[in-house]
Design a protein around this ligand. Structure first.
Ligand code: HEC
Ligand code: HEC
Ligand code: HEC
Ligand code: HEC
Ligand code: HEC
Length: 210
């Protein structure tokens, strides 16, 4: 069998079906779209917005910290600025036309996992990972490109490294200065998601195939 050593574990249900799929002639990752860089209906540039003008990623991708999908902003977010900025640009007029017609812009997806794999932004961003770890230097991109392979091996590699690091150097759970101050002065506690805590990324099949 040409599969890596993590295969021989008890398999049931959906995962067993996946294994059957893999052994039934599937020759490798279906999702390796590394380098995928589709043209978009409006020439929106991250290099201008997130790079030159330093807009925060989550100003537009509001779901990243609290839900499964980071999401793409609605046209009304664009019009916060473009009702004034560059109104005469043909690209901005496409945005204005979509707003007038009450239609979304049909952005082309760059990253997409197959349905059988579960990924959630909130749990990754909440554990302190920055967008660029998985998406590369988006703030330098004129057109978004998939930088990482986003295959199962890629996911597992980080999960296994994290588990190993945590085993050798678990985070200190002692209160930090800000927390002590909060307890003694009534000041607001630091956000719970920012507190050090042990990270437990799954390495078992059912962690990512549910
Ligand atoms: C002004 C709004 C805005 C800001 C700020 C912004 N983005 Fe985006 N982002 C968009 C829009 C619109 C799209 C869809 C069009 C495209 O792919 O360029 C998008 C697409 C993406 C995609 C591709 C989504 C897919 O289809 O797979 C990623 C990844 C992404 N952004 C990450 C980031 C990161 C990281 C930052 C901060 C460095 C950032 N964005 C800042 C508006 C924004
Ligand atoms: C916070 C303000 C802000 C927001 C929000 C914003 N933009 Fe921009 N955008 C700018 C600025 C500033 C420029 C650069 C203008 C210049 O070159 O003089 C720009 C440039 C552009 C251009 C290039 C226009 C040209 O012809 O040079 C496009 C296209 C564009 N934005 C699309 C969008 C889209 C689509 C969204 C929503 C997803 C968006 N922008 C959201 C501020 C914003
Ligand atoms: C641990 C890796 C990882 C991190 C960190 C991460 N992403 Fe993603 N992102 C992914 C994967 C994997 C997908 C494809 C998800 C799918 O198809 O279900 C994706 C898809 C997206 C998409 C398009 C689909 C969606 O979910 O809305 C956007 C936009 C996006 N990411 C933006 C961001 C932004 C902004 C950040 C930082 C705040 C970020 N991502 C952090 C891995 C990551
Ligand atoms: C750069 C490191 C990194 C990469 C790449 C990464 N993860 Fe994670 N993953 C983590 C960390 C850290 C956690 C958080 C563990 C915790 O909170 O205890 C996590 C947690 C998870 C969880 C459990 C929490 C939840 O959301 O249910 C799942 C499932 C998961 N990751 C799936 C994936 C998948 C699928 C991919 C690849 C598309 C991926 N991860 C890529 C680091 C990573
Ligand atoms: C950390 C998350 C994660 C874990 C753990 C994980 N997988 Fe996956 N798996 C993925 C992702 C993401 C994909 C889709 C990308 C790809 O095909 O590489 C995938 C794809 C697959 C595929 C389809 C591959 C193909 O070539 O079509 C099979 C079969 C599979 N996984 C079985 C398993 C089994 C069995 C286990 C346990 C031994 C397991 N996975 C553990 C994330 C994970």
């Amino acid at each position: 069998m040409s599969r890596p050593s993590f295969w021989p574990v008890p398999l049931t249900g959906a995962v067993g079906a996946l294994l059957a799929l893999a052994m039934g002639g599937c020759n490798g990752p279906v999702n390796n779209q590394q380098g995928h860089m589709p043209a978009q209906p409006v020439a929106f540039s991250h290099a201008v917005h997130a790079g030159q003008y330093e807009l925060d990623c989550q100003y537009c991708h509001v779901g990243a910290e609290r839900s499964r999908h980071a999401g793409v902003p609605s046209t009304s977010v664009c019009m916060n600025c473009h009702a004034q900025v560059k109104k005469d640009s043909p690209e901005i007029q496409k945005v204005a036309a979509a707003v007038a017609a009450n239609q979304p812009i049909e952005w082309i997806r760059v990253h997409r996992l197959p349905d059988h794999a579960y990924f959630n932004h909130a749990s990754h961003v909440g554990s302190g990972l920055v967008c660029q770890t998985c998406h590369g230097p988006v703030q330098e991109m004129v057109r978004v490109e998939q930088v990482e392979p986003m295959t199962m091996g890629w996911c597992l590699d980080c999960h296994r490294k994290t588990v190993a690091e945590q085993a050798s150097a678990p985070p200190s759970l002692a209160p930090r200065p800000g927390e002590l101050l909060a307890l003694t002065s009534g000041a607001p506690l630091p956000e719970p998601s920012k507190l050090p805590r042990p990270l437990r990324p799954p390495t078992d099949c059912s962690g990512c195939h549910r």
